[in-house]
Design a protein. Structure first.
Length: 186
């Protein structure tokens, strides 16, 4: 993996986009960006690792440090970026089967973050425990957290992200990106 200045610039663009989308959604949408029920729209950028490779994967990992804006727990600043990078890595590795790649990336985000949030809300901070919603489901509470995060990740990555990936993968768009000197995976 050899990075040039354009790769670093694209990494910075992905990190900034992720942070701006995440913080804007938090300001406008409140707790739908974080907590046990969340739909983090910035996660749609994870799917773009199938098209832009390492710059996108590293960028969405770095951009996830924007969690500090509404930090639930200091560990959140460590786990979120690692999980985002891992999900983008999976998408990158499975890029030849893009829908499978996006769905797999959703699982990489949904399961560990759902489990982490369960422990944070149920086992962790007593103030946060008071905010834990009643999911109204016969499922064990930990599985409700995982299911909630998995569904939201599927929407963000496998639906919105896949649609964005498909749109940017059209030949005319790819040709334009290449004309501007960007490396695009096909």
């Amino acid at each position: 993996m050899k990075f040039n200045s354009k790769d670093w610039a694209l990494t910075a663009v992905f990190a900034a986009l992720y942070a701006v989308i995440n913080i804007t959604q938090t300001i406008m949408g409140g707790p739908i960006t974080y907590g046990p029920v969340q739909l983090r729209l910035a996660d749609c950028l994870i799917a773009l690792a199938a098209l832009f490779g390492w710059p996108a994967a590293i960028g969405v990992g770095i951009g996830c440090f924007s969690n500090v804006y509404y930090m639930l727990d200091p560990v959140d600043i460590i786990i979120g970026p690692i999980v985002n990078f891992a999900a983008a890595f999976v998408v990158f590795k499975l890029r030849r089967q893009r829908l499978l790649a996006c769905a797999s990336g959703s699982f990489v985000v949904g399961v560990p973050i759902g489990l982490y949030l369960y422990f944070l809300y149920v086992q962790g901070n007593p103030v946060i425990q008071q905010q834990t919603p009643n999911f109204g489901t016969p499922l064990p509470l930990w599985s409700a957290f995982v299911l909630s995060l998995l569904i939201s990740s599927l929407v963000a990555i496998a639906v919105i992200g896949f649609a964005l990936l498909k749109t940017l993968s059209r030949q005319g768009v790819v040709d334009s990106l290449k004309a501007h000197g960007l490396k695009v995976l096909e």
